[in-house]
Design a protein around this ligand. Structure first.
Ligand code: OGA
Ligand code: NI
Length: 348
């Protein structure tokens, strides 16, 4: 397979030729009063104890109602007591840093190829006039195991592969419990969402590196988008902020909560919940001095499954808002390329 000719952000910096225009954002009316590098308020989202969510105790019910209000208001929660140790999460962060610190030639062994989303590379260039994001990535399908493409899985640092495998298996439990908790918080049968998610659901993990950027006032790490997943598990950098969520037309920053996993609803839970849980628009701003890393895992329903509002959430008082969709992620990229919100395509 042919390798694409691209420069990662790290290579752009190493070339020392200044900041290419392709990264510069043109201010839009939406940012008025909130410049890219301005200070923004912190979002008020709760830390949820995952181990309590499935208990039928009084405390468990309280935790479910916290989950319900955070997901209705923001579509985002910080999840604690998720069963993955701090030590293990630190190892993931460390291996991510080590991978991006490798020499260019070594990283290019895992370079993305034309027509593939997996592998190492820059922001995917889908059109000539696209403003590029200030981000380098390693993107890997991790589950089911037979969909792994190991040629993109780094052999150095040498614990990378086995640690990613272990992380995937640990995340599966978190994902299953979170699906059950969301269904319960909406008064549905525990497995309602899991049944739609299906046996053939996939997990994709994206290791993100945002190098220091000379123009945080003009350049974004990731432009505003909502995720096409059912939901996304994120390990945001432990020291460097940058992730922001949009609510009622204003940007708020995500707090840094050590050892928590940030979970945001994606478009497919918005559909399954008939719009009660919203898939939030978010972006990442850049930092002049510090690099930032994050690790995102997208939980994507199987292509054999129809995704639609759960029966129990449709009534005369709350009519069905979304069509039945299938292979939503394909539709997602078509819309994304046109700069539109893909969820619009699913609205009735
Ligand atoms: C994403 C994303 C946020 C981050 O990869 O879709 O929103 O903090 N990442 O890197
Ligand atoms: Ni995202």
């Amino acid at each position: 397979m042919e390798k694409p000719k691209f420069k990662t952000v790290q290579e752009v910096i190493a070339a020392g030729e200044g900041l290419p225009e392709r990264y510069l954002n043109i201010p839009t009316g939406n940012d008025e009063g909130q410049p890219l590098n301005g200070s923004v308020p912190v979002m008020d989202i709760p830390a949820i104890d995952l181990s309590l969510l499935l208990s039928s105790s009084e405390e468990g019910r309280e935790e479910l109602s916290k989950l319900h209000s955070a997901l209705s208001a923001w579509g985002v929660v910080q999840v604690m007591n998720h069963g993955i140790t701090e030590e293990f999460l630190d190892k993931i962060y460390e291996l991510t840093k080590q991978f991006f610190a490798l020499p260019t030639e070594e990283k290019h062994k895992y370079a993305r190829e034309i027509g593939s989303t997996q592998g190492y590379g820059n922001d995917m260039i889908l059109s000539d006039d696209q403003v590029l994001d200030w981000i380098d990535r390693l993107y890997l399908t991790t589950y089911p195991e037979d969909q792994r493409n190991l040629k993109f899985w780094p052999e150095i640092p040498n614990e990378f592969r086995e640690t990613l495998h272990e992380y995937t298996m640990k995340q599966r439990l978190v994902i299953e419990n979170f699906f059950k908790a969301m269904a319960r918080s909406l008064g549905l049968e525990e497995t309602s969402f899991l049944d739609m998610y299906g046996e053939n659901a996939t997990m994709d993990t994206r290791f993100n590196m945002y190098p220091p950027c000379p123009r945080p006032d003009k350049v974004l790490g990731v432009k505003p988008h909502a995720d096409g997943s059912a939901f996304t598990l994120l390990l945001p950098d432990k020291d460097v902020e940058g992730l922001q969520f949009l609510k009622d037309g204003k940007w708020y920053k995500a707090p840094i909560v050590p050892d928590a996993i940030l979970i945001n609803v994606g478009d497919q839970i918005e559909i399954m919940s008939n719009g009660i849980y919203k898939s939030p628009v978010h972006r990442v701003v850049t930092n002049r001095e510090k690099e930032r890393i994050s690790v995102a895992t997208f939980c994507v329903p199987g292509g054999d499954k129809d995704i639609q509002p759960a029966d129990g959430l449709v009534s005369e008082a709350r009519p069905r808002l979304y069509k039945t969709v299938n292979k939503y992620v394909e539709l997602y990229f078509d819309y994304y390329q046109q700069g539109r919100r893909p969820i619009e395509a699913a609205l009735i």
